[in-house]
Ligand binder design. Structure first.
Ligand code: ARG
Length: 570
């Protein structure tokens, strides 16, 4: 990695200069935002000079004096003491040659590799998976792919809500308003109808609410009839969900839902009482966070006065299991912002219990409709994920029909699925996860904008160059002559792939990869306009073909890390 080498050289140069380096001082080297100042830039001399009360330009000059880059780059100073590096053309040629030989495309393995449990998607049984769950599913899947590619042991666990209070209503509805043949035809839709019907009845009628409560109590105390209804609902829901995950190309290693932990809740609470982590307050068992500024006045209940357990209790039991059984070093929860307090509480309670995996709430904002309000259907219901996917694929099919009417109809179908679903995923992943983003069909499917179809089309365009070549070109990474500005810029972007991917996990930001890929595609299009490929010859053609080939590989790999496929034609 270029950045690492530059950092190392900077560290040795600072060592060689006669100054006292403060404990914990970190040398920063970053890709330059403005290429007029070179490819990479370091503010280390300025930061250090400030700490040591020295003149920053003087210190920078001393560092440059002894900095030995072995011909990697030229060095100069700018402004108040920035050190700028301009990579030599021969260096680019060598680096691009290295990339061609590297099946990881320059991305280093993480060291040390860790065991990471990614808790994502986690919809609730018998309630539909709506666009809010789409964010968790898409972000969680992408983060899992990135972590796995970096060499971590990743465990994808779908912690579905299969034991909530909704089952009181569903069981009552199952016994009174269920339509068997509709259930057979479309189980998820029928379960949802049942749930909605009873939910509406509950609103008007105290006695219905009471009946539902009784059904829930019976379920929780092991009534066989209710348990068997519950089991059927869970199975049917899982099958429905699996269909969606297949379309999204998302998979899980486990589906340990909330019910999986039922037997562990009572002993857990006893243990917490015994160790003093929890105590009884007004009949309930609570964890108080004395001395914690954020949580001081926000205790969490782990057992209600009536003996019932809560969402938090299950999550605490889940952490125990993940640490004991899987030896998890890290646990990532990809869950919306509204659950922030819940996660702060269970993380703190877990630390109080003496467990210390590294736990992160990977939060995200909402999806808004074009009116900038929470996205809803015309009738005011939550938009369902399946409908979003159907519409995306349908719109993509129309666009393909228009652009490429001659394509074989099986291919058209396949490409429409790749493009439509890719568009939905990219619209999500190209945003900072915390922003509330506005869902816009036209914007996400455009071939010109910052979209998946634009990147997929760029990929197709590169691949078509190779189809036009006579058979049997052999690319030679040892004979590269990167010369023209557009070639240099494309080379620079290709080398940045290896620097970008590891940084994505620092703050769980796949959007940095999405943005990187857009920049890469733009660099490719400028290169393709400025530098003829098919009409060039010899070493120049070999160089340009290597750049093209790497561009297609990085686009494919990068989109793959976002969970997005590429078609060969579109
Ligand atoms: N089922 C929950 C919901 O839909 C999300 C669960 C997230 N994971 C967890 N371990 N709490 O809100």
């Amino acid at each position: 990695m270029m950045i690492e080498e530059l950092k190392k050289a900077m560290v040795s140069a600072l060592d060689a200069v006669d100054v006292e380096i403060p404990e914990g001082f970190q040398v920063q080297v970053e890709a330059s935002a403005d290429l007029r100042f070179g490819d990479y830039q370091s503010n280390a001399a300025m930061v250090l000079a400030k700490r040591l009360r020295m003149n920053p330009r003087e210190l920078a000059a001393q560092v440059i004096e002894v900095l030995d880059l072995g011909g990697l780059a030229t060095i100069d100073m700018a402004g108040p003491g920035f050190i700028n590096f301009r990579i030599q053309k021969e260096t680019w040629s060598r680096r691009v040659g290295d990339l061609l030989a590297d099946d990881r495309l320059g991305v280093p393995l993480a060291c040390p590799a860790q065991t990471i449990v990614v808790d994502f998607s986690a919809p609730n049984v018998a309630k539909p998976m709506h666009v809010g769950h789409i964010r968790s599913t898409i972000i969680g899947d992408s983060l899992s792919r990135i972590a796995r590619f970096l060499g971590h042991e990743v465990i994808r666990d779908n912690h579905i809500g299969d034991w909530g209070t909704q089952f009181g209503m569903i069981i009552h509805g199952w016994k009174t308003v269920l339509n068997e043949s509709d259930l057979e035809a479309d189980p998820v839709a029928e379960l949802l109808r049942v749930y909605r019907t009873v939910n509406a009845l509950c609103g008007d009628d105290e006695s219905v609410r009471e009946t539902c409560k009784q059904e829930l109590v019976k379920l929780q105390s092991g009534d066989t009839e209710n348990l068997s209804i519950w089991e059927k609902c869970v199975d049917l829901s899982k099958q429905g969900l699996q269909g969606i995950y297949d379309r999204l190309d998302v998979s899980f290693d486990y589906w340990y839902g909330e019910s999986f932990y039922n037997d562990r809740l009572a002993p857990l609470v006893d243990d917490m009482l015994e160790s003093g982590v929890a105590r009884v307050s007004e009949g309930a068992v609570c964890v108080f966070f004395e001395g914690d500024q954020k949580l001081e006045d926000k205790p969490t209940i782990v057992r209600k006065a009536d003996g019932g357990f809560l969402y938090a209790t299950t999550d605490l039991a889940t952490i125990d299991f993940r640490v004991e059984k899987w030896d998890a070093d890290q646990i990532w929860y990809v869950v919306g912002m509204p659950q922030q307090l819940h996660f702060q509480q269970i993380f703190e309670a877990t630390r109080m219990r003496g467990l210390n995996p590294s736990m992160h709430h990977v939060a995200f904002g909402s999806i808004l409709g074009e009116d900038r309000k929470l996205m809803k259907t015309r009738s005011g219901d939550n938009v369902q994920l399946v409908d979003v996917l159907d519409e995306a694929v349908e719109r993509a099919a129309m666009a393909i029909e228009e652009k490429n009417p001659g394509m074989d109809s099986e291919d058209k179908k396949q490409v429409a699925a790749i493009v439509g679903i890719g568009a939905v995923k990219f619209a999500e992943l190209s945003q900072h996860r915390m922003t509330d983003y506005v869902f816009s069909w036209d914007r996400m499917l455009s071939l010109q904008g910052d979209t998946a179809p634009y990147l997929q089309y760029s990929y197709v365009r590169v691949r078509s160059i190779f189809r036009k070549l006579e058979e049997g070109v052999v690319l030679d990474g040892s004979k590269l002559v990167i010369e023209a500005d557009a070639e240099v810029h494309l080379a620079r972007m290709l080398v940045r792939f290896g620097e970008t991917v590891p940084s994505l996990l620092d703050d769980f930001r796949p959007n940095l990869l999405a943005n990187y890929l857009l920049e890469l595609a733009k660099a490719f299009h400028s290169f393709f306009e400025a530098c003829p490929v098919l009409k060039s010859e010899g070493e120049i053609q070999n160089t340009r073909l290597v750049l093209c080939s790497l561009t297609s590989q990085v686009l494919q790999k990068g989109l793959g890390l976002l969970g997005i496929e590429v078609p060969e034609r579109m």
